[in-house]
Design a protein around this ligand. Structure first.
Ligand SMILES: Nc1ncnc2c1ncn2[C@@H]1O[C@H](COP(=O)(O)OP(=O)(O)OP(=O)(O)O)[C@@H](O)[C@H]1O
Ligand SMILES: N[C@@H](Cc1ccc(O)cc1)C(=O)O
Length: 425
């Protein structure tokens, strides 16, 4: 892609919410290799699919020849960003935050290339704030900010106007820290652009203003729309049912299933946000789906694209294998690790001792029947299967043969009620 068309592509994808000076930014991006950054605070041990939008945005800029900086907020994570948050955050201990910084750095790195003349850079704002004293902060940074302007910022409005959920001085100071980061990255690395979700607009413009004052440099801000589902809920870790990027928190199979379940009203937008398919390719998928009667292809394409981007080819193959095996009721190709994913978060799962060997008890206790007598009826009518094979008798007792990999037995009742038994060894 030519550099001039990067902004057009982002626009066409609907990825631009606000920019500080769109015309000048487009001109700059067309003219030179621009160093840009996005920050991620260590407020959990993993990022989630909301944070994937800015991560992929850094990758889009890098693919177009620009140089991305991914900043992990070792210092800002100790303060807590109040932007559009209804309540004060709980402070985590420095040790916990340090551990999370490492995890997030390791999570963002694989998306970027650290080679070539636009090699990505990882930064941590603790490097410049860790040794800074309060007097220096207040004199050299605080003096450039007007409290009168700060209290008018939309991101903190709801907290300023409420006495019961006010805002601490600590959180109120947050935008000065993020603002200073921009000026520091501009000074150290020539960074000229900061990107983030649209909730970051106030913090980003704090940085463009401060960089003008401290460094006499014009720098730019660009925000992306916050991704919401068609039911209005935001993708984020504060909502229930977070989809994490860490495979130990959300298995690649559950991740793949999440994208397969995207509403028709969202799926083409999500393809534009979360994949590297071109806008034209996505339009062609949409047109083909419309022309064909029945289920759209877009959800499968989206699930394949995003799962491969985040978890790699082998994990996508496993997610597809598990999906196909459950659908066809043939478990022969599943690996032990596939079962471990299902036990993690793919299916209802429970643990039994080898002595709990009654099928009737397992069907009832695993939630496939309301009572033992109902379990008996289901088994007698041939509605229950063990590892894909119809259970033939209400007298059935589990044996080693029923334990795949010595650990797992999959019970199924009817078309789609599952319970995965994990045998205690
Ligand atoms: N749903 C979303 N859509 C687009 N961008 C998002 C979304 N959620 C987070 N981001 C962006 O990802 C970046 C990193 O955000 P972060 O990891 O701090 O997520 P967060 O969910 O906002 O965290 P917290 O709940 O602790 O504030 C920010 O630029 C933020 O605006
Ligand atoms: N405030 C950002 C994270 C961030 C931290 C420091 C920065 O310099 C930039 C961004 C967020 O909560 O998502």
């Amino acid at each position: 892609m030519t550099q001039a068309s990067l902004m057009e592509d982002l626009e066409a994808r609907g990825l631009i919410a606000q920019t500080t000076d769109a015309a000048a930014l487009s001109e700059l991006l067309a003219k030179e290799q621009v160093t840009l950054y996005c920050g991620f605070d260590p407020t959990a041990d993993s990022l989630h699919i909301g944070s994937l939008v800015p991560i992929l945005m850094l990758k889009r800029f890098q693919q177009a020849g620009h140089r991305p900086i991914a900043l992990v907020g070792g210092a800002t994570g100790m303060i807590g960003d109040p932007s559009f948050k209804a309540t004060e955050r709980k402070l985590n201990t420095p040790d916990v935050i340090e551990g999370w910084v490492d995890k997030i750095r390791a999570q963002v790195s694989p998306f970027l290339s650290f080679e070539g003349d636009n090699a990505a850079v990882m930064a941590n704002n603790y490097d410049w704030f860790g040794g800074m004293g309060a007097l220096e902060f207040l004199r050299d940074i605080g003096k450039h900010f007007s409290v009168n302007a700060m209290i008018k910022k939309e991101a903190v409005q709801q907290r300023i106007n409420r006495d019961d959920q006010g805002i601490s001085y600590t959180e109120f100071s947050y935008s000065l820290l993020q603002g200073y980061d921009f000026s520091e990255l501009n000074r150290r690395l020539g960074c000229k652009l900061q990107i983030g979700g649209s909730d970051q607009w106030g913090n980003i413009t704090a940085g463009t203003d401060l960089t003008r004052r401290l460094n006499q440099q014009q720098v730019f801000g660009l925000t992306m729309p916050l991704v919401t589902k068609s039911d209005g809920t935001k993708f984020g870790k504060t909502e229930s049912g977070t989809i994490w990027l860490d495979a130990r928190k959300t298995s690649p199979y559950a991740f793949y299933q999440f994208w397969l379940g995207t509403a028709d009203a969202d799926v083409y937008k999500f393809l534009r946000y979360f994949s590297f398919l071109s806008v034209a390719e996505i339009a062609a998928i949409e047109a083909a789906d419309k022309a064909r009667d029945g289920k759209p292809e877009a959800q499968r394409i989206l699930a394949e694209q995003v799962t491969e981007l985040v978890h790699g080819k082998a994990a996508l193959a496993a997610a597809q294998r598990i999906t196909h095996s459950l659908f066809s009721n043939d478990l022969s190709s599943l690996t032990e690790d596939d079962f471990a994913q299902l036990a993690q978060d793919g299916l209802p799962h429970f643990v039994l001792n080898a002595s709990d060997d009654s099928l009737i008890d397992a069907v009832a206790n695993g939630g496939l029947a309301k009572s033992k007598s109902e379990a008996r009826t289901f088994i007698q009518s041939g509605a229950v299967s063990i590892n894909g094979n119809k259970a033939d008798s209400i007298e059935h007792r589990f044996t080693a043969e029923d334990r795949l990999f010595g650990r797992f037995s999959l019970l199924k009742r009817g078309k789609k009620n599952y319970a995965l038994i994990e045998w205690q060894v």
